[in-house]
Design a protein around this ligand. Structure first.
Ligand code: MG
Length: 347
């Protein structure tokens, strides 16, 4: 049964401007993918990041390059993945969109939700954190109040005044669990100075305190850090993990960095073997990509799958969040679809 690949831009806006150490944006250009086999539609999404050398144009160029050249067969996921990795080695988000759509199609062909198909029934999933981006003091307070239903807040740091921002969140959230993400925004000295201050605010772990390539700095920092260090930008795929020995206590896996569910599963197993904690994160993305990641939630220690919850309007529906708990849809495949009967993207 041959599968037809269709794609189109998917422009998403966050409810508030979303600020991290690298910059602030409110509009995000993703790419929507559909795989049609004549009976079912497999949905996929790419949320490209310039940090990893991709944007909506490069994703669409990549999809054009492989369309009609690779047999997208959901029962041959391994072969598809190998061929896609060879054809598009640096296009993690483009490959992730195809891999997500193939898994959706696989579940629909056999009539099972993906988590069940993967044998992940009865595992307990961690709650997802909700991200408080970089903003003014007043905005930070407002965002913290708006996040009242989430049990864990992830505060973006890596800017002058960040410790004060975390103190503000700690004060105004009334004792919620806190984690922090510097997105490579500190020097070695700043990290050494600020991490203990964050710990004093109750921050449980710090993500990517130093630039991705400063492994020597990360190794030394980890020896002195009073809280665990989780690496995000330093790790893209399973093959990166052995080289991080001694630099990290945990890793942040994202479908858009690694190329999809297949590679994410591989990373989870390699990380476990290396004694690393596992966080799964996301980009700013709709319920398609967030739900795809959430199907693996039972294998995680921590989850940060709030990308769709940050949107002004999510054109898709899938996973629901109840007080930070991820409720997966019971429909086959990802269980996602356009929001509302007529006004979402067709399919
Ligand atoms: Mg991060």
């Amino acid at each position: 049964m041959s599968v037809a690949l269709e794609f189109e831009p998917l422009v998403l806006r966050t409810r508030d401007p979303f600020g991290i150490a690298r910059g602030t944006h409110q509009t995000f250009e993703n790419v929507l993918v559909r795989l049609r086999d004549g009976t079912h539609v497999g949905w996929g999404e790419a949320a490209p990041s310039r940090r990893y050398g991709e944007d909506a144009a490069s994703v669409q160029a990549a999809l054009t390059r492989v369309r009609g050249r690779i047999d997208l067969d959901p029962f041959a996921l391994e072969v598809c993945e190998r061929e896609l990795a060879r054809a598009l080695p640096e296009d993690g988000a483009a490959r992730a969109a195809l891999d997500i759509a193939l898994h959706d199609l696989l579940g629909k062909r056999v009539g099972l939700p993906l988590f069940r198909l993967l044998g992940l029934e009865r595992l307990e999933a961690p709650p997802t954190s909700f991200t408080i981006g970089i903003a003014s003091r007043e905005e930070t307070r407002r965002k913290t109040a708006a996040a009242a239903s989430y049990p864990i807040l992830k505060v973006k740091v890596g800017f002058p005044g960040d410790v004060e921002a975390v103190r503000e969140v700690a004060r105004s959230s009334g004792g919620k669990r806190l984690v922090a993400d510097a997105n490579e925004g500190w020097s070695r000295e700043e990290a050494l100075e600020r991490i203990p201050l964050l710990r004093d605010c109750g921050v449980e772990w710090i993500e990517q305190p130093l630039p991705a390539g400063d492994l020597e700095g990360l190794r030394r920092l980890r020896e002195q850090s009073p809280i665990p260090i989780v690496l995000d930008e330093s790790v893209r795929r399973a093959a990166d993990l052995p080289g991080l020995a001694g630099c990290a206590d945990g890793i942040n896996i994202k479908l858009m960095k690694c190329g999809g569910i297949r590679e994410a599963l591989r990373m989870i197993h390699v990380a476990r073997a290396l004694g690393l904690k596992i966080l799964m994160g996301c980009m700013i993305e709709s319920s398609i990509a967030c739900t795809a990641a959430a199907h693996l939630a039972g294998l995680l220690d921590w989850a940060d799958l709030d990308g769709a919850a940050l949107l002004a309007e999510d054109p898709f529906e899938g996973m629901r969040l109840e007080g930070g708990r991820m409720r997966l849809p019971e429909g086959p495949g990802l269980g996602v679809g356009p929001r509302g009967p007529a006004n979402g993207p067709g399919g």
